[in-house]
Design a binder for this molecule. Structure first.
Ligand code: ADP
Ligand code: MG
Length: 681
């Protein structure tokens, strides 16, 4: 039998080209995809209400016989309204459907059904609007509700899933071997797939869910370990001498104790361990991670190897490049910059010099990991703001050398259990101390009506020599609006409020060299005020800036606000963060007030996690992990269980390439988008 992942959904009856396109919109192309498209939620039809007890406005499940066949009537605009009367032993009720020309053939007069829907008042009594339904004889009481899209309703999806499940072979290739399932009390895959879509009761649903969530996390877990596997062996990068104190001499400041500890952790890894360094340096915004990374780069380079420093944005890469050039200007170290916006001819030269070993330290963006980039002898790979990269990208950078050392920098605190997966075998150094003379940023929440006051404040700060940011969030989802709004807003400000102050604008729609030019002018002090969209969110470092105004603050997540606020208070000056919001929602207010109460990034992340859950917390998949079909990263228990099972599997079967694990291996390859055969064959 051909793989169900290779069978297009149009093979199912009732799915033509048009409907198939709608399924595609939901990310469903094959029958296999459809089977893995798990319900978003369920309607619990377990409490069946009698018709006489129904109240207006409530959602109910009733068990009733359709008395009269459904009759269709055309109303204005060519729309169809379909009506029928149902009854049970306590009364009768009208059911109504809109614009569903199939309904009259789906429901048969004289048959008993479950109907589930909302009760509203009608001129003749009460009615149930567009209920979902199923034959009473089927007895299923928990109904799947799928994510829908315009033109494709949950009921249609559910019908198609029913067909798809019927295509599953009698015996299915289960990724989890029987021995593993038995040891950990997990049901078989076929049962799980049937029950996740159409559970007979809560218990079946729970059993199915547990099995599928666990499998997905085990697959993720083992896949992540696989990514790291290659770095397990002995490192050929022999670091013999520690140059960190020499490097400290170049710095215009003394390292904090926390920075020193992080540096010495790294040096110890490289000097004493057989396997390469695998270290995460975690520290709040402004804690000085760059200096730590630079120090390690310096030691590696002085030992005769190349170091690569990868940043998530062009601006950040350029800024790090400038910092390194300044710090190391008196040395013989040759520093290069490689970003996407360089001219092809420039890139070519940089790549040439890199592959010949003429460049010792390269700073760059994703351009560092393209196939074209080759190193002479990469000894250390550093990724800055790790949450912005996929784990696969980190692995790719490592692959540019022969088992090089790895240093990962991150400001995003990650729940421990999830951290175990993402960072697995990484050792962690925490920078839990800010450089001295930092004053906590004073944070206030203000209303748009107080804008005049805010502007006056900005002006007075600028007058005394400081600089300021105003951040406007994306107005709509589209970048176009984002560009337009930031630009319009800035233009307006320049004309009116800040006519005698030089204002720069950056937004996502600008070409990176344009952005760069504006940022550069802000860094050099030519612009006193920068109006920006979130492109300045990570890493940018202008220590003279003392005011951060965040418009429509309610639109940002707490961790994002904290990152934004981290752009000020980076120097000796008292700094201010002014969040502007007119949103009256109490939850929103509570969220923003957390910002006013603390400057501690870890506390804020905790609150954020509590209030929103990790899905939102991490934003656009900022953890860099593959998309999950059913597992939830907030589900600590399942994360822990999957960890245990992954350990067990590697212990019991020795190697993931073991023949008995071939279907599990296939699922890992599929999750990490490496194709291959899998269980729904
Ligand atoms: P982050 O941890 O957010 O990446 P950076 O490395 O950009 O922080 O450092 C923030 C600012 O603090 C920079 O301007 C940097 O020069 C400065 N800095 C770093 N370490 C120290 C220190 N020990 N003493 C004083 N200033 C420092
Ligand atoms: Mg940084």
């Amino acid at each position: 039998m051909a793989s169900l992942y290779k069978m297009p959904i149009s093979k199912l009856s009732g799915i033509g080209a048009k409907r198939a396109a709608l399924f595609n919109k939901l990310g469903i192309y094959s029958i296999g995809n459809l089977i893995n498209f798990y319900p978003r939620t369920y309607e619990d039809w377990n409490t069946v209400e009698k018709i006489e007890n129904l109240q207006y406005g409530g959602m109910y499940c009733i068990k009733a016989v359709l008395g009269t066949p459904i009759s269709d009537a055309r109303i204005s605009g060519g729309r169809i309204i379909s009506r029928g009367t149902v009854y049970d032993d306590t009364g009768s009720l009208q059911i109504v459907f809109f614009n569903n020309k199939y309904i009259s053939s789906m429901l048969k007069g004289g048959q008993e059904y479950f109907f589930y829907g909302r009760i509203t008042a009608a001129s003749f009594g009460s009615q149930m609007i567009a209920p979902t339904f199923s034959l009473a004889s089927e007895g299923i009481r928990i109904h799947p509700v799928y994510k829908q899209t315009a033109g494709l309703v949950s009921k249609t999806i559910s019908n198609s899933v029913k067909q798809a499940l019927a295509l599953l072979p009698k015996s299915i290739n289960d990724p989890l071997p029987e021995q593993v399932r038995n040891s950990f009390g997990l049901c078989g895959l076929k049962q799980a797939l049937n029950d996740i879509h159409f559970p007979k009761n809560e218990e079946c649903l729970e059993t199915a869910r547990k099995r599928l969530v666990t499998e997905e996390l085990v697959v993720l877990n083992l896949g992540m370990r696989g990514l790291k596997e290659h770095s397990r062996g002995e490192s050929g990068i022999k670091i013999k001498k520690d140059y960190s104190s020499e490097f400290e001499g170049f710095l215009p400041f003394a390292l904090t104790n926390a920075q020193k500890n992080a540096v010495s952790d790294c040096i110890k890894d490289m000097l004493t361990k057989k396997s390469p360094m695998n270290r995460l340096v975690q520290g709040d915004v402004g804690s000085g991670k760059t200096a730590v990374a630079a120090s390690i780069c310096y030691t590696v380079v002085k030992n005769g190897f190349q170091a690569a420093f990868m940043a998530p944005t062009e601006i950040l890469a350029r800024q790090h490049y400038d910092t390194f050039c300044k710090l190391l200007s008196g040395t013989d170290i040759n520093i290069g910059l490689l970003t996407g916006s360089l001219k092809e001819s420039e890139k070519k030269i940089v790549r040439q010099e890199l592959s010949e070993g003429k460049i010792n330290l390269i700073v760059g963006t994703h351009a560092l990991i393209t196939d074209k980039t080759e190193f002479y002898n990469l000894g250390l790979a550093v990724t800055d703001e790790q949450h912005r990269f996929g784990v696969a990208q980190r692995a790719k950078l490592l692959g540019k050398g022969e088992n090089p050392h790895l240093l990962v920098m991150s400001a995003t605190p990650i729940p421990r259990t999830l951290g175990l997966i993402i960072f697995g075998d990484l050792d962690i150094s925490v920078i839990d101390e800010l450089p001295p003379s930092r004053k906590p940023v004073k944070t206030v929440l203000m209303k748009a009506a107080q804008r005049k006051k805010i502007y006056d404040f900005i002006k007075s700060e600028i007058k005394s020599g400081r600089q300021a940011y105003i951040v406007c969030p994306l107005v709509e989802e589209s970048e176009l609006d984002d560009a337009a709004s930031a630009e319009e807003y800035a233009a307006e400000l320049m004309l009116k409020e800040f006519s005698d102050i030089p204002v720069g604008i950056v937004h996502g729609k600008m070409k990176s060299d344009e952005k760069e030019a504006v940022m550069q002018k802000f860094v050099s002090g030519e612009y006193s005020l920068l109006v920006a969209t979130t492109v300045i969110e990570v890493g940018v470092d202008v220590s003279n800036a003392s005011v951060m105004v965040i418009e429509n603050a309610e639109r940002f997540g707490l961790s994002q606000l904290h990152q934004l606020r981290g752009r000020v208070g980076r120097g000796e000056f008292q700094s201010y963060c002014i969040m502007v919001s007119d949103n009256g929602n109490l939850d929103t207010k509570a969220r923003l007030e957390v910002m006013c109460m603390t400057n501690d990034g870890f506390k804020i992340a905790d609150e954020d996690l509590k209030m929103r859950g990790p899905g939102d917390f991490f934003g656009e998949r900022q953890h860099g992990l593959p998309q999950m079909a059913i597992a939830d990263f907030a589900d600590t228990k399942s994360l822990e269980l999957s960890q245990k099972i992954a350990d067990y599997i590697l212990f019991a079967y020795k190697d993931i390439r073991n023949e008995e694990l071939r279907f599990l291996k296939a699922e890992i390859d599929r999750l990490f988008e490496r194709g291959g055969q899998n269980s729904l064959n």
